[in-house]
Design a protein around this ligand. Sequence first.
Ligand SMILES: C[S@@+](CC[C@H](N)C(=O)[O-])C[C@H]1O[C@@H](n2cnc3c(N)ncnc32)[C@H](O)[C@@H]1O
Length: 264
Amino acid sequence: MLARLVAAGLEGREARWLIEEFGASGDALDGAIARRLAGEPLQYVIGHWPFRGLDLDVDARALIPRPETEELVGRAIEVLATSDSPAPVVLDLGCGTGAIGLSILAELAERGVSATLIAVDESRDALALCRQNAIKHRLYAVSFVVGSWYEGLDDSLAGRVDLVVSNPPYVGEIERASLDPVLDYEPSGALVAPDAEGVAGFADLAAVITGAPRWLTRGGSLVVEHGDGQREAVRRAAFGAGLRDVVDYDDLAGRPRVLVARQP
Ligand SMILES: C[S@@+](CC[C@H](N)C(=O)[O-])C[C@H]1O[C@@H](n2cnc3c(N)ncnc32)[C@H](O)[C@@H]1O
């Protein structure tokens, strides 16, 4: 069976995963092979994928969570570990599958910390998938807000958020055109952002960073993923917004990736 799948054009590793998921024969396996050979990402074909400790449902409603975003979650948890709040309030902007916010909630719960998550996305489809993942993992301290970045939040939340965390779209239109066509399967609103301040793909990052101080509590933190060429722009935006202790970290591949900043 494995040999048949490899002969059909699948990599051995992927063929093994598909057999594990759909069984060694039958319509489900045939359908999955056809989808994968047509170019659909393996994660969508399988329908779920690991992200840190969680097995997340993934489909075309939201971006497939990336390995570098697992590193961002690690940074966010480090930052929260230094917070005084016994029950932190976490705001995940552009939650997609819920990879970031739900992982933070689950990992804090393992440490005996009960956090509350507000998961925001402008895509109702993405929010529905995030809700599905929250239920799947029995993470119930979550509210779901549809809207653009901070726009749908209740005013009563102002000054009460311990962590604003986000992996907003940050790929510029021009860069997008040169990327792998497999990305066409993912929602384009999850990947591509308009340029701003002369920086490709910077508009959503700018909105997330400059909006954060109004919502953060004193000593609260902003943790944001960004693209390779955006380090100076995110640092400038964070300082400009009045945030302090601004540090920008490389990812494991050595590329600029995660901004951390604190509300004084
Ligand atoms: C790069 S994806 C990140 C998804 C998920 N947080 C992750 O890391 O896998 C960006 C997400 O932001 C959402 N988004 C894009 N523009 C938005 C906006 N103006 N307001 C809120 N969410 C937005 C997209 O729908 C998408 O789910």
